[in-house]
Design a protein around this ligand. Sequence first.
Ligand code: AP5
Length: 215
Amino acid sequence: MRVIFLGPPGAGKGTQAAKLAAHLGVPRISTGDMLREAIANGTPLGRQVEPLMERGKLVPDDVLIALVGERVREDDCAHGFILDGFPRTVAQAESLASMGLGEVSAWSVFQIEVPREELLRRLSGRRWCPRCQATYHVTSRPPRQEGVCDLDGTSLIQREDDKETVVARRLSDYDQQTAPLVTYYRERANVRRVDGNRSMDAVLEDLKTAVEVPA
Ligand code: AP5
């Protein structure tokens, strides 16, 4: 089972990808999480991407293609995976298609749709655990104790790129560079549109049903 999530920042890709991955028993490959981990560990990759991510800019295609190309070849991906945050440009999609992973027409491609004002509400209220990368929302998904991660007790923070001015840039980059991917995949696969402006559980139920139906 191979799954791609398309959708703007704040659409709920990470939230749903984590739940669906647990349901299917396949790994979730979140490029955002991989890059944030590299920054936290101070690796050369982390030092390269930190100034870009803080400003909400996309990381160059070649960096992402190498990162994902390596990850999908790991043993735990043999029976499938869920891509969250990749591909993000047509160049990334073309590289993915040439990684020898089979025809994308057999994959599940989901396009999560959420109105812009709800995206802004979600991103401004998102809180994040810098240790385990768990994601919360101050009202939609609050932790048991305010400001503290349920899983490891770390103090929650706001992502640098969730600050208002950076969010504007990310949404605009999405419109220009990532939205065209929907057309790219519509020409090659069965892209299923999902109304993401509902409860997390309602969205998940739709996704679980959809993955059972052959693309
Ligand atoms: P990344 O981490 O991938 O960010 P993103 O795509 O902008 O997506 P987000 O994490 O902001 O949103 P999401 O859709 O996952 O929403 P979430 O589930 O968290 O990338 C970050 C950066 O890394 C990029 O800007 C770029 O610099 C770099 N990068 C990564 N991949 C790259 C690539 N391929 N190429 C180039 N650069 C790349 O939900 C958001 C909030 O809403 C949460 O608080 C959540 O609790 C809440 N929520 C979720 N669902 C619901 C619901 N149904 N109802 C109410 N609240 C909800």
